[in-house]
Design a protein around this ligand. Structure first.
Ligand code: NAD
Length: 476
């Protein structure tokens, strides 16, 4: 059993959960400890005990620890990327890319520890000076999903530690291996015991215990809207700081003046890479009438030609769906799309491969109406819906007609439309001629409405969540 890491010690649990490779159900990666609520509370107590010392460390000490973690992740990116593909099902190239991204994130936030700054402000009253500084928020609980099992932990843990906080981290039950590997690296980075704690287990038990513990000052959550609401309610009840990153129903607008080949590529990557299991996936493709038929025909062809297979086979372009219940959800939505009157122009069927796995042919629907449930609800699989519109104004209106607001993309050669869309798309991130999924690690990430709540993650903006501001007045 791979144990939890609490108070600087590796701690086994009474129960363990197998971690199964979705590309090959006969391959069990390992068994991971499944903690109970008491273990989560011990982890919070350990983090509280560690807080006075860690929050008093120098920026140099924090830089050294985070930089060492980043260096090791980058040196081991091939191995960690392979583990990621094996447990989550994204392709090897995507797995290695995500591992490298985690390494760069630790490097970036190592630097942020050194760049901490405050302000000295003249007072409006005579003889006084005013200082505005930032302090750690305290013990941060982190609850994450399975679909970016090393990058999301990195973009929460690294800024938390850089700004002097202690961490209680709960990975998703479906993908604990990368989190465990990251915890193992952190355990050798020179952090005082209790500064970083890993508690693997069920959301309803370990997650809930973290949310309800008065020793947790702030909660950073990434996952579905339904769970996010529960997390927010629990945090609000005791006035803990909370940040939520949730789902998406991201539009990709394709205009008549788009470069057709480029637009098709942008759609294929945004909709189906990582098996469509990305909060930033382009699940609604909004296409103007003049290019619509040619675009749908080319996109259907490309979709049918995608190589679906074992995530770790270098020839694979789309890996398996993560597990049986996600596969059933994808299939339910494909059946729903048909019953709503959408036209399935590619894919949608289960595929058999040499090894038993959760293989699904990426599904493309045309003739969709934006009011259909397949256009409104997050499916979180390789399923995309094309909506035909007459012109740019209608495209923008349809793009913005959603309960979500994470990313929005446009393919166009018109500077005027690109500029207008960047200004008027109601989303946290806007992409012009690039896929809706795929972002830089040094700039803010997040959305609006049902997609996000609270301060942005990543880049310099992460300081907002991981610190609290103090204003000090001195009469000289
Ligand atoms: P999920 O909501 O089912 O689970 C997320 C985490 O919450 C898991 O660790 C789970 O154990 C935990 N959890 C479940 N119930 C809980 C409870 N009662 N109390 C505390 N914790 C609890 O989501 P998932 O299926 O793992 O991930 C998919 C979702 O994540 C999608 O909606 C996707 O869009 C979203 N996501 C969002 C972003 C983003 O940054 N916006 C990034 C990746 C994924």
């Amino acid at each position: 059993m791979r144990p939890n890491y609490i108070g600087g010690e590796w701690v086994e649990a009474a129960r363990a959960t197998p971690n199964v490779n979705p590309s090959d159900l006969a391959d069990t990666i390992d068994h991971y400890a499944s903690a109970d609520a008491a273990a989560a509370r011990r982890a919070v107590a350990a983090a509280r005990a560690a807080l006075p010392a860690w929050s008093a460390t120098t920026p140099q000490q924090r830089f050294d620890a985070l930089d060492a973690v980043g260096t090791e992740i980058l040196a081991r990116k091939a191995e960690l990327g392979d583990l990621l593909s094996r447990e989550e099902g994204k392709t090897l190239a995507e797995g290695v890319g995500e591992a490298a991204r985690a390494g760069f994130i630790f490097k970036f936030f190592a630097g942020e520890a050194l760049r901490a700054a405050g302000e000295v402000v003249p007072s409006v009253r005579p003889g006084l000076s005013v200082e505005v500084t930032r302090e750690p928020v305290g013990v941060v609980g982190m609850i994450v999903p399975w679909n970016f099992p090393i990058a999301i932990p990195a973009w929460k843990i690294a800024p938390a530690l850089a700004h002097g906080n202690c961490v209680v981290f709960k990975p998703a039950e479906l993908a604990p291996a990368c989190s465990w590997a990251l915890a193992e690296i952190l355990s050798r980075a020179g952090l005082p015991p209790g500064t970083f704690n890993l508690v693997m287990g069920k959301g309803s038990e370990v997650g809930q215990a973290i949310l309800d513990d008065p020793g947790v000052d702030a909660v950073s959550f990434t996952g579905s809207v339904a769970t996010g609401r529960r997390v927010a309610e629990a945090a609000m009840r005791r006035l803990a700081k909370v940040q939520l990153e949730m789902g998406g129903k991201n539009p990709l607008v394709v205009l008549d003046d788009a470069d057709l080949a480029q637009a098709v590529e942008v759609a294929v990557q945004g909709s189906f890479y990582s098996t469509g299991q990305r909060c930033t996936a382009s699940s609604r493709i909004v296409v103007t009438a003049g290019i619509h038929d040619a675009f749908v025909e080319r996109l259907a062809e490309r979709t049918r030609a995608l190589a679906v297979g074992d995530a770790r086979d270098p020839a694979t372009q789309v890996g398996p769906v993560v597990d049986a219940s996600q596969l059933e959800q994808d299939e339910r939505y494909i059946a729903l799309g048909r019953s709503e009157g959408a036209r399935l122009v590619a894919g949608g069927e289960r595929l058999k491969r040499a090894k038993e796995g959760f293989y699904l042919a990426p599904a493309l629907f045309a003739d969709c109406d934006n009011r259909m449930r397949i256009c409104r609800e997050e499916i979180f699989g390789p399923v995309a819906a094309v909506v035909r519109v007459k012109d740019y104004d209608e495209a923008l209106a349809v793009a913005n007609d959603t309960d979500f607001g994470l990313t929005a993309g446009i393919c166009t050669t018109s500077l005027r439309h690109a500029a207008h869309f960047k200004r008027h798309a109601q989303a946290g991130m806007v992409m012009v001629n690039v896929p809706t999924a795929g972002v830089d690690y040094h700039v803010p990430f997040g959305g609006r409405r049902g997609s996000s709540y609270g301060p942005r993650e990543q880049g310099r903006h992460a300081v907002e969540f991981y610190t609290t501001v103090k204003t000090a007045y001195t009469l000289a």
